[in-house]
Structure formats: C-alpha cells, structure tokens
Design a protein around this ligand. Structure first.
Ligand code: GLN
Ligand code: ZN
Length: 757
C-alpha cells in the first residue's frame, strides 16, 4: 500500500531557510549560497520522509517564499508594475513581488492573504483581463532532476489551475477569472508533458474542493483534468482536496478522469462512505487520516479501520495513505523538543513523526505485524484521556454550572452608556489600541528574564520605567484614555497562555506564517484555567501614575483559541468556553482593583470562520457567547472595549454587534473608511472607533486628512458614539513615528470637536 505526503515543512529543523533568506535580503549572502541552502534542505527533507517510510516523495512543495507565488512565476503571471522583461522573473524579481521594494523606484508587494483557514499566508496572484500564460519557469523540473538523481520515487506537486485562478484576484477591471482557463491550460499541459517523462505521479492541489462552489465551476474540473490526463501519458495524476469535507463537490471529485483522488478524512471523515460508493473505477483513493493541521498523536487503530474499510471495497492497490494536507502546517520534529514535559510530549507528533504514522497505518492495513505499535498507541491515548494533567474537575464543574445570565451584561447598552458618562470622557475620546513601540531595548530584558539572565527585580523595574515613560508620553500627547503599553508581552496570545493552566510551550515548534516569518503557537493540552491574576499589577502601576483612565488590556478567548494548537479531544467550542472563563477571572480582578475600562481584543474572530457557509452560524454563535462570557461579569459602570483588525467585517457585522462591547475599535484607514458602509447599513448600536491612521506604514498621518476621515465617520456614527484611535497596536513602530502621529490624531479630534460643538 502506497504512502505519500502532500508536502513537507520547508524552513528546516533550525529554520535554516529563514536565516539564509534574511541574510540574502540584507545582501550578506549571495544567490548561490541561498540556492545551496535550499537544495540541501530539499535533499534532507526527502531523506527524512523516505527513512520514515514514505513511498512517494513530493517535489515542488519547497518554496523560497510561497507556493502560489511560485505558480504565478511559473506561468508568467507577473503584474505589470514589476516591469519584468518577457515576464520571466529572476530570483530578485521573485522577492520584489513577495516583499515589495523600498526607495524612489519602489514598488508595492503583492497582496498577501490567509491560505484557507490556516495561519499560512499566500501571495495573491494578480490576473489581468488580457493575461497571457506560458511556461516561464521550469525550476520544478530541476528539482525533479535532483530527486531523480537520488533515486527517489517522485510525485511532482503544484497548485491546480482552478485553485490558482479562483484564489487570485483581478489586477485592473473586474472580470471572471475562470474565463482565463482556456488560455492557462496549454501552459499547464506543456509542463505536464515535461514532468511526465520523469515522475511517477503529478499531484494537483485543488483545495477549493472543500469550499462552496457554483455548479458552473464544478463542471470545469472534469474537462480540465481530462486534458491533463491526456498530456501525462503513463504518468499518474492525483487531485488533492483538503482542509475540509467535499460536501456537494463529492460527486465532482469522485468522478474525476484521473488516477487518484486525495481527501481529508480528518475534517471530512463523513466523506469516506459516500466516496466508497461513488468513486469512479479509474480512481485510487488517498486517505488523509493523519492530521496535517495539528500536533497530536493519531489514533492509529481508528485510522487503520478507515483504511481497511476502503480496502475491502476498492482493493489494496487502489488505496493510499497520507496526512490530511501538506505537513507545512505543523512543526518539523518532536525529537527536537528537549524541554517538553515527557508525558505531554508522548501525546504529540510533528511532521517527521506523522510520516512514520502513515507508514504504520499502511503496514497494519496490509497485514504486516505492527501489533505492538498499535497497542502502544492505544495505551498512550488512553493515558492521555485519563490524565489529571488534562482533566481539571474544577473547570468542568464551572462549565456545567453556567447560567444564561452569565453571558449577558446586567443592563442594555443604552443604560450602560448613560452610567458610563460619569467616566467624564470628552466627546470623540482619543485612545490607542494597546501596545507602544517595542524596540530591542524592551525585548532584551524581557527575554533575559525568561531565560534567567536577568533578575526579577531588575526586569520589573525596567518594565515599570517603560510604563512610566509610556504614560508620560501619552499625557503629553493629550490622549484621553491611556494604556500601559504592553511591554511585558512578547505576543498577545503566548503571554496569556504562559499564565494559564492547561497550556504548554515548545522550544522549536515553528510553523511558517509567511515568507521567512514563522510562529510558534502555544499548545492547549488540557482544561484551561487562570490560577493567578496576570495583568492587574502592571495596570495598577500605570494607573498610579496618572489621573486619566488607563485601560486594562486583555486578549479575547476566540483569538487565544485561534492562535494556539488546540486539543483535539473535545469540541473547540468547549475549549474556547474554558478560556473565556479564565479571561473572565482576569476581567473581574481588574474591575475589583478599580480599573474602569477593559479592552478584550478579538482580532482573530473573523479568521476562525469555517470555510463552508453552512457551518458558519454555529461557529459565530459560540464565538459570540464566549466573548460575552469573558466580558459580562462587570458592573454597568465598567466600560468594555474590543478591537478587531486584518479582515473584512461585512459578513460578520451581526456577530460584532452581538458581542455587545460598549466600544469597538476596528481597522478601517487602509480602505478609507469603506467599512463604515456596513456600519451604516446595519446601524451598529454601540460605540465605534474606526481606525483613522494606518499603523502599518511609517508615514506620519496628516492632521487634516484624519479630520476628514472623522467627518466621514460622523456621517454614519453619531458623535456621542464615535471614538478616535489608530488602526491597531503600535508595537512595530518607532517612538519618533508614533509621537508625532498621535499628536496629529489628537489635533484632528480637536478640530472636529470644535466644528460640531
Ligand atoms: N492590544 C494589541 C496591541 O495593541 C492588539 C494587537 C492586534 O490587534 N493584533 O498590540
Ligand atoms: Zn489590531
């Protein structure tokens, strides 16, 4: 029985690619040096997978930056502004597209957006209406040669044409990108022909099969893949769907005129039986039974059962075993974790370990003797289920005792707003989103304290002096509601995770987020609770320095959930509810110590949205409930803020309102307040601070320009409910950018106040 992976992590066990890329960008390493690192990594990664027992090795999954950008360059899809001769991008052009170029002849990077519901970001291909395609870049063929020279059995991997077009955008005028299909196919066919001479298989990734598709789009799959099949001669073609079940695309997928179909049986377990019924005779079925999105050990016995049931219907030759999706989304190697608690570690599997898992599953299904491994696996899973580390009876008791009123503020917004007038804020109050510049100067005492290089007393006195500086500067700028600046936080989720029970941290569990940027999500392994107050002391200290109100700053339960590796042994909604209670405890403690304004950030609310429309209402319902659970314990007089950014909010306006925060600050300036349209249509009931300056740019925003934006906002939001703030936190900016920018912002508020009063 064949095993394969859909792709492997690229950056290397020690993030070698990240380091080399960054030194190349700085001009320290040359192109050959970078190419050599890339080649070494590919060789190592194939070797790793082969040793673990993977039969078909992916080639083409490696990328210097992103696989969608690779595909754009491969087929000559280069936006005009990069001015690339003959549309054949050099390595440098490639990075200019990925990252933009500063300076006088600078050029903006391509847009980046989330790859489905993962935390990986791809570069959005830009198609013009008269787009031409040709096989512009053959580096995948070179990689195939590399693998062939090593004697590997090769499966070339690239984005399928439908996913490529659907996930792109129109460069200039709007048009149906699928109209380009006919022109795109010959370029693909040429590549298929060239690859087929050298590969056993070619895999086309079509994860759009896990999305809601129009019938007219579904109809395109079969003819497209028939052409590819013809071009491929004897080489086999696999179409891969992942990130969800096939839903009403099942028939389309099951009847593809190719050789294999890969499906995600972790998220789409329900597809197996209908597939076994409807699968066309020509198709082999690749079963994605090992979770490529999470770090937990697979229930091998369950996976074997699924594979066996497929085998009974299809026969051994037509079944393949694989992870659910590319292993790009999990860290590299669990063996590198030397500091993890041994028991918790025994419950996990990273990319390397997952390769070994698929081998065992395949072996077990083909009646090889792996009984010991299966028995061990059962034992470990049993131990995990019953471990006191996972189960905290206190937490389950609390959850069971929740009452409907726990999810609601005492009074409705109107009444609260009246009471909160006593806070004495002026009309159009000014504030910021929480963080202030985090230079090396803040980062180094923080990390020094973490690895024991700096004493607690020194660390704390440093943090206090930062907070003091922050408060003084805000007073001088003239802001109405102050913040302490968040110097103690390396990351808004990690910081809370570190202070919650039920969380653990890897030392090397890096996952690519975009380009050379990797994140190391914390891990929720057990019931979550908050043993001690986390932010109260810092906030109190900040409050002691000023007569103005200082906001308490927290991260919301949905965001904490979305940016962690979440346990897979209970519904996400339940884990989120536990986090909500932990945050609620912190909210209560802040209020008790006298904090009057508390902000609970939920930037990730939108990104947790399921890919399928039909599944969205349920998610939104529990996400709203969890937020309200975290915030609703306070008196009417305490003002709850929330903050959101990085997304389109249109489709979730109802939910944003249902959070019932007194005030929401929301990213808006890059779209010149377009988002206000949705606030108008919906007549958002509470207070809003649409960001009026883009913190992503170093440019100092102009006072009059911001005043204009405020006036625009006033057309939709009455003055009593309008706040004045930037788009997001300021931690990535410098003080000499932040201070003048905020001064201008405060001045803009004054100008508009004068006009309306
Ligand atoms: N309070 C956080 C900050 O200012 C919010 C960050 C975010 O929205 N991503 O940094
Ligand atoms: Zn933000």
């Amino acid at each position: 029985m064949l095993t394969h992976t859909l792709g492997y992590p690229r950056v290397g066990s020690n993030r070698e690619l990240k380091r080399k890329l960054e030194s190349y960008w700085k001009g320290e390493a040359g192109a050959d040096d970078l190419r050599l690192t890339a080649k070494k990594l590919r060789v190592l990664h194939w070797d790793d997978q082969k040793k673990a027992g993977v039969d078909l090795l992916p080639v083409g999954d490696f990328s210097y930056y992103d696989h969608m950008l690779d595909n754009a360059v491969r087929f000559g899809v280069i936006p005009e502004r990069y001015n690339v001769e003959n549309n054949r991008a050099s390595l440098n052009d490639y990075f200019r597209m990925a990252r933009g170029e500063a300076g006088e002849n600078g050029v903006a990077a391509m847009e980046m957006t989330k790859w489905f519901d993962t935390n990986y970001h791809y570069l959005v291909p830009e198609f013009s209406k008269d787009q031409e395609f040709f096989l512009a870049d053959e580096s995948i063929l070179e990689q195939v040669e590399e693998a062939a020279a090593l004697g590997h059995i090769i499966k070339a991997v690239l984005p399928g044409p439908l996913t490529f077009l659907l996930l792109g955008k129109c460069a200039d005028q709007e048009f149906d990108r699928l109209d380009l299909l006919e022109k795109l196919l010959p370029a693909y066919e040429e590549l298929v022909e060239k690859l087929s001479a050298k590969c056993e298989w070619i895999q086309f990734d079509e994860p759009v099969l896990s999305l809601d598709l129009e019938e007219s789009v579904r109809k395109l799959f079969s003819p497209v893949y028939r052409t590819f099949k013809e071009a491929a001669a004897d080489t086999k073609i696999l179409v891969a769907s992942y990130f969800g079940g096939l839903g009403d695309n099942l028939e389309t997928a099951a009847s593809l005129p190719v050789d294999g179909l890969h499906v995600d049986l972790v998220r789409g377990a329900q597809d197996l039986n209908p597939l076994l019924k409807h699968l066309a005779d020509n198709l082999s079925l690749s079963l994605g039974v090992v979770d490529g999105r999470n770090i937990w050990l697979t229930d091998l016995n369950k996976a074997v059962a699924a594979v066996k049931s497929a085998q009974v219907v299809l026969g051994e030759d037509r079944v393949m075993v694989a992870p659910s999706c590319s292993l790009l989304h999990v860290p590299f190697d669990l063996d590198l974790e030397t500091r993890l608690d041994a028991e918790i570690k025994s419950w996990m599997a990273f990319a390397r370990q997952k390769c070994a898992e698929i081998r065992v599953v395949a072996d077990a299904a083909s009646r090889k003797d792996v009984a010991n491994v299966l028995a061990d696996n059962r034992k470990i899973l049993e131990a995990r289920k019953n471990s006191p580390r996972v189960n905290n009876p206190q937490v389950s008791k609390r959850l069971a005792a929740l009452k409907p009123e726990d999810y609601h503020r005492k009074s409705a917004y109107e009444k609260r707003a009246e009471i909160q007038r006593e806070l004495g804020f002026p009309i159009l109050p000014t504030t910021t989103i929480g963080s202030f510049p985090q230079t090396q100067e803040v980062r180094s005492p923080r990390s020094g304290f973490k690895n024991g290089r700096i004493e607690r007393a020194d660390y704390e006195s440093f943090m206090r002096s930062y907070i003091e500086d922050c408060i003084r500067r805000q007073e001088e700028i003239g802001l109405d509601v102050l913040v302490h600046g968040e110097p103690e936080r390396n990351d808004m989720v990690e910081y809370f995770g570190e202070n919650f029970d039920g969380y653990c941290f890897t030392s090397n569990g890096w996952v690519q987020s975009y380009g050379s940027r990797c994140v190391k999500p914390p891990v929720i392994f057990g019931d979550v609770s908050r043993p001690n107050p986390i932010t109260v002391e810092w906030t109190d200290y900040a409050r002691s320095l000023s007569d103005r109100e200082v906001k308490g700053m927290l991260t919301g339960p949905v965001t904490i959930l979305c940016w962690s590796f979440v346990r897979d042994d209970q519904p996400r909604s339940e884990t989120c509810c536990q986090i909500a209670l932990a945050v609620r405890d912190e909210v209560a403690d802040l209020e008790k110590s006298g904090v009057k304004v508390i902000q609970i950030d939920e930037p990730a609310l939108r990104e947790g949205l399921p890919l399928r429309k039909a599944e969205q209402p349920e998610y939104l319902k529990w996400a709203e409930e969890c937020f309200r659970l975290s915030a609703s314990c306070v008196e009417d007089s305490t003002q709850i803020h929330t903050h959101m950014c990085y997304c389109e909010f249109d489709e979730i306006m109802d939910s944003i309102a249902a959070l019932d925060a007194d005030v929401i600050s929301i990213e808006a300036s890059r779209s010149r307040m377009e988002l206000l349209g949705s606030f108008r249509q919906f007549s958002y009931p509470n207070e809003v601070g649409p960001g009026i300056y883009d913190i992503h740019s170093p440019a100092i925003p102009d006072t009059d320009d911001m005043a204009l934006l405020l006036e625009k906002a006033l057309e939709v939001i009455p003055a009593e409910r309008l706040w004045v703030n930037p788009d997001c936190g300021l931690k990535t900016r410098r003080w000499d950018e932040v201070v003048p920018a905020l001064k201008n912002m405060v001045r803009a508020a004054e100008i508009v106040r004068r006009k309306i009063q």
